[in-house]
Design a binder for this molecule. Structure first.
Ligand code: URA
Length: 432
Protein backbone atom coordinates (compact mmCIF):
# COMPACT_ATOMS: atom_id res chain seq x y z
CA UNK A 1 0.00 0.00 0.00
CA UNK A 2 1.35 3.46 -0.86
CA UNK A 3 1.41 6.35 1.59
CA UNK A 4 0.39 9.29 -0.57
CA UNK A 5 1.87 12.07 1.65
CA UNK A 6 5.23 10.28 1.47
CA UNK A 7 5.07 10.13 -2.36
CA UNK A 8 4.22 13.84 -2.54
CA UNK A 9 7.07 14.68 -0.20
CA UNK A 10 9.58 12.53 -2.10
CA UNK A 11 8.68 14.15 -5.41
CA UNK A 12 8.67 17.61 -3.80
CA UNK A 13 12.24 16.92 -2.65
CA UNK A 14 13.31 15.87 -6.15
CA UNK A 15 13.25 12.09 -5.59
CA UNK A 16 12.07 9.39 -7.96
CA UNK A 17 8.94 7.26 -7.69
CA UNK A 18 8.83 3.57 -8.61
CA UNK A 19 6.55 2.40 -11.42
CA UNK A 20 4.24 0.58 -8.98
CA UNK A 21 3.95 3.66 -6.77
CA UNK A 22 2.88 5.80 -9.72
CA UNK A 23 0.42 3.12 -10.86
CA UNK A 24 -1.18 2.87 -7.40
CA UNK A 25 -1.41 6.65 -7.13
CA UNK A 26 -3.13 7.03 -10.52
CA UNK A 27 -5.45 4.06 -10.15
CA UNK A 28 -6.32 5.09 -6.57
CA UNK A 29 -7.13 8.60 -7.80
CA UNK A 30 -9.32 7.23 -10.60
CA UNK A 31 -11.24 5.03 -8.13
CA UNK A 32 -11.73 8.02 -5.83
CA UNK A 33 -9.51 6.58 -3.05
CA UNK A 34 -6.87 9.31 -3.45
CA UNK A 35 -8.57 12.69 -2.91
CA UNK A 36 -8.23 15.64 -5.30
CA UNK A 37 -6.16 17.71 -2.85
CA UNK A 38 -3.43 15.06 -2.62
CA UNK A 39 -3.33 14.55 -6.38
CA UNK A 40 -3.20 18.32 -6.92
CA UNK A 41 -0.28 18.59 -4.47
CA UNK A 42 1.51 15.79 -6.31
CA UNK A 43 0.96 17.55 -9.68
CA UNK A 44 2.42 20.75 -8.23
CA UNK A 45 5.46 18.81 -6.96
CA UNK A 46 5.83 17.47 -10.52
CA UNK A 47 5.58 21.02 -11.85
CA UNK A 48 8.67 21.97 -9.82
CA UNK A 49 10.70 18.73 -9.95
CA UNK A 50 9.52 17.03 -13.17
CA UNK A 51 9.25 13.36 -14.09
CA UNK A 52 11.98 11.48 -15.95
CA UNK A 53 11.30 9.30 -19.02
CA UNK A 54 10.67 6.16 -16.98
CA UNK A 55 8.29 7.91 -14.58
CA UNK A 56 6.43 9.58 -17.46
CA UNK A 57 6.02 6.18 -19.09
CA UNK A 58 4.80 4.64 -15.80
CA UNK A 59 2.24 7.44 -15.51
CA UNK A 60 1.08 6.95 -19.12
CA UNK A 61 0.86 3.19 -18.70
CA UNK A 62 -1.22 3.56 -15.50
CA UNK A 63 -3.54 6.03 -17.23
CA UNK A 64 -4.05 3.58 -20.11
CA UNK A 65 -4.77 0.77 -17.62
CA UNK A 66 -7.41 2.91 -15.87
CA UNK A 67 -9.96 2.03 -18.59
CA UNK A 68 -10.78 0.14 -21.77
CA UNK A 69 -8.27 -0.21 -24.60
CA UNK A 70 -8.77 -0.98 -28.28
CA UNK A 71 -6.66 -3.26 -30.44
CA UNK A 72 -7.47 -2.05 -33.93
CA UNK A 73 -4.76 -4.14 -35.59
CA UNK A 74 -6.37 -7.39 -34.37
CA UNK A 75 -9.89 -6.16 -35.04
CA UNK A 76 -9.12 -5.13 -38.63
CA UNK A 77 -6.10 -7.20 -39.59
CA UNK A 78 -4.53 -3.96 -40.82
CA UNK A 79 -2.21 -1.31 -39.47
CA UNK A 80 -4.49 1.61 -38.53
CA UNK A 81 -3.04 5.13 -38.51
CA UNK A 82 -4.06 8.09 -36.37
CA UNK A 83 -3.14 11.75 -36.08
CA UNK A 84 -3.39 14.26 -33.30
CA UNK A 85 -2.81 17.96 -32.94
CA UNK A 86 -1.93 19.63 -29.67
CA UNK A 87 -4.50 22.29 -30.56
CA UNK A 88 -4.50 25.55 -32.42
CA UNK A 89 -6.58 28.18 -34.17
CA UNK A 90 -8.17 27.18 -37.49
CA UNK A 91 -6.80 23.66 -37.18
CA UNK A 92 -9.11 21.47 -39.26
CA UNK A 93 -6.29 19.23 -40.52
CA UNK A 94 -7.89 15.87 -39.57
CA UNK A 95 -10.99 16.66 -41.63
CA UNK A 96 -8.89 16.73 -44.80
CA UNK A 97 -6.09 14.29 -43.88
CA UNK A 98 -8.49 11.45 -42.90
CA UNK A 99 -10.23 11.24 -46.30
CA UNK A 100 -6.94 11.61 -48.23
CA UNK A 101 -5.30 8.77 -46.31
CA UNK A 102 -8.44 6.60 -46.60
CA UNK A 103 -8.57 7.32 -50.36
CA UNK A 104 -5.04 5.90 -50.58
CA UNK A 105 -6.29 2.62 -49.04
CA UNK A 106 -5.02 3.12 -45.48
CA UNK A 107 -7.51 2.72 -42.59
CA UNK A 108 -7.85 5.91 -40.55
CA UNK A 109 -9.44 5.73 -37.09
CA UNK A 110 -9.43 8.72 -34.80
CA UNK A 111 -10.98 9.71 -31.52
CA UNK A 112 -11.14 13.48 -31.20
CA UNK A 113 -11.88 16.05 -28.55
CA UNK A 114 -13.83 19.24 -28.16
CA UNK A 115 -12.51 22.80 -28.11
CA UNK A 116 -10.33 23.92 -25.24
CA UNK A 117 -10.05 27.65 -24.47
CA UNK A 118 -9.41 29.63 -27.63
CA UNK A 119 -8.71 26.48 -29.69
CA UNK A 120 -11.43 24.69 -31.62
CA UNK A 121 -12.12 20.95 -31.36
CA UNK A 122 -12.61 18.51 -34.23
CA UNK A 123 -15.85 17.12 -32.74
CA UNK A 124 -17.44 20.55 -32.54
CA UNK A 125 -16.46 21.20 -36.16
CA UNK A 126 -17.96 17.89 -37.30
CA UNK A 127 -21.18 18.64 -35.46
CA UNK A 128 -21.71 21.68 -37.69
CA UNK A 129 -22.44 19.19 -40.50
CA UNK A 130 -26.22 18.57 -40.43
CA UNK A 131 -26.93 15.03 -39.18
CA UNK A 132 -23.32 14.10 -38.39
CA UNK A 133 -23.03 11.64 -35.44
CA UNK A 134 -19.83 11.81 -33.41
CA UNK A 135 -20.97 9.31 -30.79
CA UNK A 136 -20.50 5.83 -32.20
CA UNK A 137 -20.03 2.73 -30.06
CA UNK A 138 -16.66 1.02 -30.19
CA UNK A 139 -18.19 -1.73 -32.37
CA UNK A 140 -19.64 0.84 -34.78
CA UNK A 141 -16.27 2.64 -34.88
CA UNK A 142 -14.42 -0.54 -35.85
CA UNK A 143 -17.14 -1.61 -38.32
CA UNK A 144 -17.06 1.77 -40.06
CA UNK A 145 -13.28 1.75 -40.42
CA UNK A 146 -13.57 -1.74 -41.93
CA UNK A 147 -16.35 -0.75 -44.36
CA UNK A 148 -15.58 2.88 -45.25
CA UNK A 149 -11.88 3.12 -44.34
CA UNK A 150 -12.33 6.08 -42.01
CA UNK A 151 -14.13 7.04 -38.79
CA UNK A 152 -13.66 10.08 -36.56
CA UNK A 153 -15.62 9.98 -33.32
CA UNK A 154 -15.68 11.33 -29.76
CA UNK A 155 -13.61 9.52 -27.22
CA UNK A 156 -15.74 6.94 -25.41
CA UNK A 157 -16.05 7.51 -21.64
CA UNK A 158 -14.44 4.13 -20.95
CA UNK A 159 -11.12 5.12 -22.50
CA UNK A 160 -8.54 6.56 -20.09
CA UNK A 161 -10.93 7.74 -17.34
CA UNK A 162 -7.84 8.73 -15.31
CA UNK A 163 -7.04 11.48 -17.81
CA UNK A 164 -10.56 12.85 -17.68
CA UNK A 165 -10.33 13.28 -13.90
CA UNK A 166 -6.72 14.40 -13.86
CA UNK A 167 -7.17 16.92 -16.67
CA UNK A 168 -10.16 18.51 -14.93
CA UNK A 169 -8.09 18.79 -11.74
CA UNK A 170 -5.03 20.22 -13.54
CA UNK A 171 -7.25 22.75 -15.31
CA UNK A 172 -8.18 24.40 -12.00
CA UNK A 173 -4.90 23.97 -10.07
CA UNK A 174 -2.45 25.70 -12.43
CA UNK A 175 -0.86 22.40 -13.42
CA UNK A 176 -1.79 22.13 -17.11
CA UNK A 177 1.50 23.43 -18.52
CA UNK A 178 3.79 20.60 -17.41
CA UNK A 179 5.42 18.86 -20.34
CA UNK A 180 5.44 15.34 -18.86
CA UNK A 181 1.78 15.61 -17.83
CA UNK A 182 0.77 16.95 -21.27
CA UNK A 183 2.76 14.17 -22.99
CA UNK A 184 1.20 11.43 -20.85
CA UNK A 185 -2.30 12.91 -21.20
CA UNK A 186 -2.12 13.03 -25.00
CA UNK A 187 -0.27 9.77 -25.49
CA UNK A 188 -2.38 7.71 -23.07
CA UNK A 189 -5.46 8.54 -25.15
CA UNK A 190 -3.72 7.88 -28.47
CA UNK A 191 -2.19 4.60 -27.29
CA UNK A 192 -5.44 3.34 -25.71
CA UNK A 193 -7.34 4.09 -28.94
CA UNK A 194 -5.30 1.41 -30.66
CA UNK A 195 -3.57 2.89 -33.73
CA UNK A 196 -0.10 1.50 -34.40
CA UNK A 197 1.26 4.51 -36.25
CA UNK A 198 0.63 8.03 -35.08
CA UNK A 199 1.51 11.42 -36.55
CA UNK A 200 1.47 14.15 -33.92
CA UNK A 201 1.21 17.79 -34.92
CA UNK A 202 2.77 19.87 -32.17
CA UNK A 203 1.68 23.46 -32.64
CA UNK A 204 4.18 26.18 -31.81
CA UNK A 205 3.67 29.88 -31.24
CA UNK A 206 1.23 32.55 -30.13
CA UNK A 207 -1.93 30.45 -30.56
CA UNK A 208 -0.50 27.19 -29.15
CA UNK A 209 0.22 25.63 -25.75
CA UNK A 210 3.92 25.54 -26.67
CA UNK A 211 5.09 29.08 -27.29
CA UNK A 212 8.68 28.30 -28.32
CA UNK A 213 10.28 25.79 -30.65
CA UNK A 214 12.56 24.58 -27.83
CA UNK A 215 9.60 23.75 -25.56
CA UNK A 216 7.78 22.10 -28.45
CA UNK A 217 10.83 19.91 -29.18
CA UNK A 218 10.96 18.71 -25.57
CA UNK A 219 7.26 17.77 -25.67
CA UNK A 220 7.69 16.07 -29.07
CA UNK A 221 10.66 14.04 -27.86
CA UNK A 222 8.76 12.84 -24.80
CA UNK A 223 5.75 11.79 -26.88
CA UNK A 224 7.91 9.94 -29.43
CA UNK A 225 9.67 8.19 -26.53
CA UNK A 226 6.33 7.14 -24.99
CA UNK A 227 5.18 5.73 -28.33
CA UNK A 228 8.39 3.75 -28.75
CA UNK A 229 8.18 2.30 -25.26
CA UNK A 230 4.71 1.00 -26.20
CA UNK A 231 5.89 -0.41 -29.53
CA UNK A 232 4.16 2.21 -31.70
CA UNK A 233 5.66 4.36 -34.41
CA UNK A 234 5.29 8.06 -33.73
CA UNK A 235 6.41 11.04 -35.80
CA UNK A 236 5.98 14.61 -34.52
CA UNK A 237 5.60 17.52 -36.89
CA UNK A 238 6.34 20.87 -35.28
CA UNK A 239 4.20 23.42 -37.08
CA UNK A 240 3.61 27.15 -37.02
CA UNK A 241 0.75 28.43 -34.87
CA UNK A 242 1.85 32.07 -34.67
CA UNK A 243 -0.92 32.84 -37.17
CA UNK A 244 -4.17 30.89 -37.73
CA UNK A 245 -3.88 27.82 -39.95
CA UNK A 246 -5.43 28.46 -43.38
CA UNK A 247 -8.09 31.14 -43.58
CA UNK A 248 -11.16 29.90 -41.72
CA UNK A 249 -11.58 29.97 -37.93
CA UNK A 250 -15.02 28.77 -36.81
CA UNK A 251 -16.76 25.43 -37.12
CA UNK A 252 -18.84 25.43 -40.32
CA UNK A 253 -16.37 27.80 -42.00
CA UNK A 254 -13.56 25.34 -41.26
CA UNK A 255 -15.53 22.35 -42.54
CA UNK A 256 -16.08 24.24 -45.79
CA UNK A 257 -12.35 24.99 -46.03
CA UNK A 258 -11.47 21.33 -45.37
CA UNK A 259 -13.91 20.35 -48.15
CA UNK A 260 -12.23 22.82 -50.53
CA UNK A 261 -8.84 21.42 -49.54
CA UNK A 262 -9.73 17.81 -50.37
CA UNK A 263 -10.71 19.10 -53.82
CA UNK A 264 -7.34 20.88 -54.12
CA UNK A 265 -8.66 24.42 -53.69
CA UNK A 266 -7.73 25.18 -50.09
CA UNK A 267 -5.35 27.86 -48.76
CA UNK A 268 -1.64 27.25 -49.42
CA UNK A 269 -0.35 26.82 -45.84
CA UNK A 270 -3.20 24.53 -44.85
CA UNK A 271 -2.91 22.50 -48.08
CA UNK A 272 0.82 22.06 -47.46
CA UNK A 273 0.32 20.80 -43.89
CA UNK A 274 -2.44 18.42 -45.01
CA UNK A 275 -0.23 16.87 -47.71
CA UNK A 276 2.77 16.64 -45.36
CA UNK A 277 0.74 14.95 -42.59
CA UNK A 278 -0.94 12.62 -45.11
CA UNK A 279 2.41 11.65 -46.65
CA UNK A 280 3.88 10.93 -43.18
CA UNK A 281 0.88 8.74 -42.29
CA UNK A 282 1.13 6.82 -45.56
CA UNK A 283 4.86 6.29 -44.98
CA UNK A 284 4.07 4.81 -41.53
CA UNK A 285 1.23 2.64 -42.87
CA UNK A 286 1.33 -0.95 -44.12
CA UNK A 287 1.45 0.22 -47.77
CA UNK A 288 5.24 -0.07 -47.59
CA UNK A 289 5.93 3.29 -49.27
CA UNK A 290 8.60 5.89 -48.54
CA UNK A 291 7.77 9.49 -47.69
CA UNK A 292 8.23 10.75 -51.25
CA UNK A 293 5.89 8.13 -52.66
CA UNK A 294 3.42 8.88 -49.85
CA UNK A 295 3.41 12.52 -50.88
CA UNK A 296 2.81 11.58 -54.52
CA UNK A 297 -0.10 9.29 -53.55
CA UNK A 298 -1.66 12.01 -51.36
CA UNK A 299 -1.37 14.59 -54.15
CA UNK A 300 -2.93 12.17 -56.65
CA UNK A 301 -5.83 11.41 -54.27
CA UNK A 302 -6.60 15.13 -54.19
CA UNK A 303 -6.10 15.95 -57.87
CA UNK A 304 -7.84 12.79 -59.10
CA UNK A 305 -10.96 13.27 -56.96
CA UNK A 306 -10.55 10.12 -54.80
CA UNK A 307 -10.13 12.20 -51.63
CA UNK A 308 -13.44 13.96 -52.24
CA UNK A 309 -15.20 10.63 -52.82
CA UNK A 310 -13.71 9.34 -49.52
CA UNK A 311 -14.83 12.53 -47.72
CA UNK A 312 -18.39 12.16 -48.98
CA UNK A 313 -18.57 8.43 -48.13
CA UNK A 314 -17.21 9.10 -44.64
CA UNK A 315 -19.59 11.96 -43.83
CA UNK A 316 -22.60 9.98 -45.13
CA UNK A 317 -21.53 6.91 -43.13
CA UNK A 318 -21.75 8.99 -39.95
CA UNK A 319 -25.20 10.32 -40.88
CA UNK A 320 -24.11 13.71 -42.25
CA UNK A 321 -24.76 15.56 -45.48
CA UNK A 322 -21.40 16.27 -47.19
CA UNK A 323 -22.73 19.07 -49.41
CA UNK A 324 -20.99 22.28 -48.20
CA UNK A 325 -24.07 24.31 -49.20
CA UNK A 326 -26.08 22.80 -46.34
CA UNK A 327 -23.62 24.01 -43.67
CA UNK A 328 -25.07 26.69 -41.38
CA UNK A 329 -24.17 30.26 -42.29
CA UNK A 330 -24.19 33.40 -40.12
CA UNK A 331 -26.69 36.19 -40.88
CA UNK A 332 -24.19 39.07 -40.55
CA UNK A 333 -20.95 39.18 -42.57
CA UNK A 334 -18.61 42.17 -42.13
CA UNK A 335 -15.37 42.97 -43.88
CA UNK A 336 -12.19 43.93 -42.02
CA UNK A 337 -10.25 46.52 -44.04
CA UNK A 338 -6.51 47.26 -44.08
CA UNK A 339 -5.79 50.52 -42.28
CA UNK A 340 -2.78 51.41 -44.50
CA UNK A 341 -0.62 50.20 -47.40
CA UNK A 342 2.11 47.71 -46.50
CA UNK A 343 2.75 44.07 -45.65
CA UNK A 344 1.14 41.85 -43.05
CA UNK A 345 4.04 41.41 -40.61
CA UNK A 346 2.02 39.56 -37.97
CA UNK A 347 -1.43 38.01 -37.59
CA UNK A 348 -1.96 37.00 -33.98
CA UNK A 349 -3.46 33.51 -33.77
CA UNK A 350 -4.54 33.89 -30.16
CA UNK A 351 -6.41 37.14 -30.81
CA UNK A 352 -8.25 35.68 -33.81
CA UNK A 353 -9.09 32.54 -31.78
CA UNK A 354 -10.52 34.65 -28.97
CA UNK A 355 -12.49 36.79 -31.46
CA UNK A 356 -14.08 33.60 -32.88
CA UNK A 357 -14.80 32.37 -29.35
CA UNK A 358 -16.48 35.66 -28.42
CA UNK A 359 -18.62 35.55 -31.54
CA UNK A 360 -20.15 32.45 -29.90
CA UNK A 361 -17.91 29.81 -31.50
CA UNK A 362 -16.42 28.55 -28.23
CA UNK A 363 -17.43 27.61 -24.72
CA UNK A 364 -16.76 29.64 -21.59
CA UNK A 365 -18.11 26.90 -19.35
CA UNK A 366 -18.29 23.25 -20.24
CA UNK A 367 -22.10 23.37 -20.64
CA UNK A 368 -22.18 26.35 -23.05
CA UNK A 369 -23.91 25.85 -26.42
CA UNK A 370 -21.72 26.83 -29.33
CA UNK A 371 -22.73 28.64 -32.49
CA UNK A 372 -21.46 26.60 -35.44
CA UNK A 373 -22.06 29.30 -38.06
CA UNK A 374 -19.94 32.15 -36.69
CA UNK A 375 -16.21 32.81 -37.07
CA UNK A 376 -13.52 34.68 -38.92
CA UNK A 377 -12.03 34.15 -42.38
CA UNK A 378 -8.52 35.57 -42.73
CA UNK A 379 -8.15 36.55 -46.39
CA UNK A 380 -4.62 37.91 -46.00
CA UNK A 381 -1.85 36.17 -44.10
CA UNK A 382 1.66 36.99 -42.88
CA UNK A 383 3.85 38.25 -45.73
CA UNK A 384 0.97 39.36 -47.99
CA UNK A 385 1.08 42.89 -49.41
CA UNK A 386 -2.03 45.06 -48.94
CA UNK A 387 -3.32 48.47 -50.02
CA UNK A 388 -5.30 50.65 -47.64
CA UNK A 389 -8.95 49.57 -47.72
CA UNK A 390 -8.26 46.02 -48.97
CA UNK A 391 -10.33 43.31 -47.32
CA UNK A 392 -7.94 41.44 -45.00
CA UNK A 393 -10.57 39.34 -43.22
CA UNK A 394 -14.30 38.68 -42.88
CA UNK A 395 -16.26 38.34 -39.68
CA UNK A 396 -19.31 36.02 -39.67
CA UNK A 397 -21.58 36.94 -36.78
CA UNK A 398 -25.00 36.32 -35.27
CA UNK A 399 -25.76 40.06 -34.82
CA UNK A 400 -24.40 43.56 -35.49
CA UNK A 401 -23.05 44.17 -31.98
CA UNK A 402 -20.92 41.03 -31.85
CA UNK A 403 -19.82 41.66 -35.45
CA UNK A 404 -18.54 45.18 -34.62
CA UNK A 405 -16.62 43.90 -31.61
CA UNK A 406 -15.01 41.12 -33.64
CA UNK A 407 -14.08 43.48 -36.51
CA UNK A 408 -12.09 45.65 -34.04
CA UNK A 409 -10.45 42.59 -32.45
CA UNK A 410 -9.44 41.08 -35.80
CA UNK A 411 -8.15 44.43 -37.09
CA UNK A 412 -5.96 44.67 -33.97
CA UNK A 413 -4.62 41.14 -34.66
CA UNK A 414 -3.18 42.35 -37.99
CA UNK A 415 0.14 44.19 -37.79
CA UNK A 416 1.12 46.00 -40.98
CA UNK A 417 4.65 47.20 -41.75
CA UNK A 418 6.70 48.62 -44.59
CA UNK A 419 8.81 45.49 -45.17
CA UNK A 420 7.63 41.88 -45.57
CA UNK A 421 8.64 39.62 -42.64
CA UNK A 422 11.26 36.90 -43.12
CA UNK A 423 9.33 34.05 -44.82
CA UNK A 424 9.12 30.57 -43.30
CA UNK A 425 6.98 27.58 -44.12
CA UNK A 426 4.34 25.90 -41.99
CA UNK A 427 6.64 22.98 -41.05
CA UNK A 428 9.27 24.06 -38.50
CA UNK A 429 10.83 20.70 -37.56
CA UNK A 430 10.21 16.95 -37.50
CA UNK A 431 11.03 14.69 -34.55
CA UNK A 432 10.92 10.91 -34.65
N1 URA B 1 -4.24 18.16 -24.58
C1 URA B 1 -4.45 17.04 -23.83
O1 URA B 1 -5.13 16.10 -24.25
N2 URA B 1 -3.88 17.00 -22.61
C2 URA B 1 -3.13 17.98 -22.09
O2 URA B 1 -2.64 17.85 -21.00
C3 URA B 1 -2.94 19.14 -22.90
C4 URA B 1 -3.49 19.20 -24.14
Amino acid sequence: MIRVPELIERKRNGGELADEEIAELVLGFTRGDVPDYQMAAWCMAVYFKGLDGRETHALTDAMIRSGETLDLASALGRRVVDKHSTGGVGDKTSLAVGPIVAACGVPFGKMSGRGLGHTGGTLDKLESIPGFRVELTTDEFVAQIRKVGIAIIGQTGDLVPADKRLYALRDVTATVDIVSLIASSIMSKKLAAGAEAIVLDVKVGDGAFMKTLDDARILAEQMVDLGRREGREVVCLLTDMDQPLGGAVGHALEVREAYETVTGHGPADFGELVLEASARLLALSDLGVELEEGRRLAEMAVSGGAALVAYERWVRAQGGDPDPDVLPSAPVVREVLASRDGFVTRLGAYAVGVAALELGGGRRTKDDEIDHAVGVVCRRKRGDGVDEGDVVAEVHARDDTSAERAVSAVLAAYELGDEPPRPHGILLDVIG
